[in-house]
Design a protein around this ligand. Structure first.
Ligand code: FES
Ligand code: FES
Length: 225
């Protein structure tokens, strides 16, 4: 089993939860810093040429008021999301999470903290779990992005079945991020150790403290693979 210490943030999340399932113990998912989650590489990707905002062949952000949708700095960007190429007219610095939720309407990926502290926004970028809230779209222009809506394949189905079988979610808010992290882990490591689970899942917090069931879900899925 993993250590029973709390990180300050997890402790505060667990302490604030008013709806924790009876008998559930919150615990830290690991000793290692969640900052080990892959960070976006620097944006050396091709952005395409800057285009005037009146170009209307591209998907426009719905919100006009945010700093990330300034008229001045929009660019024609192509993102490959869930196997589909999507042409967007957005600021290259826009966080991927914004593009997914506000521009493409893929709201299964959640906003929690916006600063790489909770894991609610976890998506796959070329198969690796990544925080979309701190990933500028320019960094993933040449990558395959997968959200919870596009998750498919044997590992994904096995994890989702295990989650349902063990009734893992409570409020559910964190769970798309948890599932994305678990699928990334089990795709690269079929029989994860406790340390593997700690390292892979440590960046995903759960305010309802479903950590024991998350761990059980990962182990249950691993047995089925
Ligand atoms: S919203 Fe991205 S880590 Fe919290
Ligand atoms: S935050 Fe409620 S299930 Fe994780």
């Amino acid at each position: 089993m993993c250590g029973a210490t709390f990180s300050p943030l997890q402790f505060s999340h667990a302490g604030l939860s008013g709806a924790r399932r009876k008998g559930e113990e919150s615990h830290n998912q690991g000793e290692e810093s969640h900052n080990q989650r892959e960070r976006p590489h620097n944006a050396n990707t091709k952005l395409g040429s800057l285009v005037e905002p009146e170009s209307n062949s591209l998907v426009e952000p719905e919100s006009k008021g945010g700093q990330f949708v300034s008229q001045k700095w929009r660019a024609g960007m192509r993102l490959t999301v869930n196997g589909e190429a999507r042409d967007l007219n957005i600021d290259p610095n826009m966080p991927l999470l914004w593009a997914l939720r506000d521009v493409l309407g893929l709201t299964g990926t959640k906003y929690g903290c916006g600063m790489a502290q909770c894991g609610a926004c976890t998506v796959h970028v070329d198969g690796q779990a990544m925080f979309s809230c701190i990933t500028p779209v320019s960094a993933v222009a040449d990558a395959r992005i997968t959200t919870i809506e596009g998750l498919e394949g044997r590992v994904a189905k096995t994890v989702q079945d295990a989650w349902a079988r063990l009734d893992v979610p409570q409020c559910g808010y964190c769970q798309s991020g948890q599932v994305m992290a678990a699928v990334a882990l089990l795709t690269r490591t079929k029989a994860p150790s406790d340390a593997d689970i700690n390292a892979a899942m440590n960046g995903n917090l759960c305010r309802c403290a479903t950590y024991q069931r998350i761990r059980a879900g990962v182990l249950d899925a691993a047995k089925m693979l």
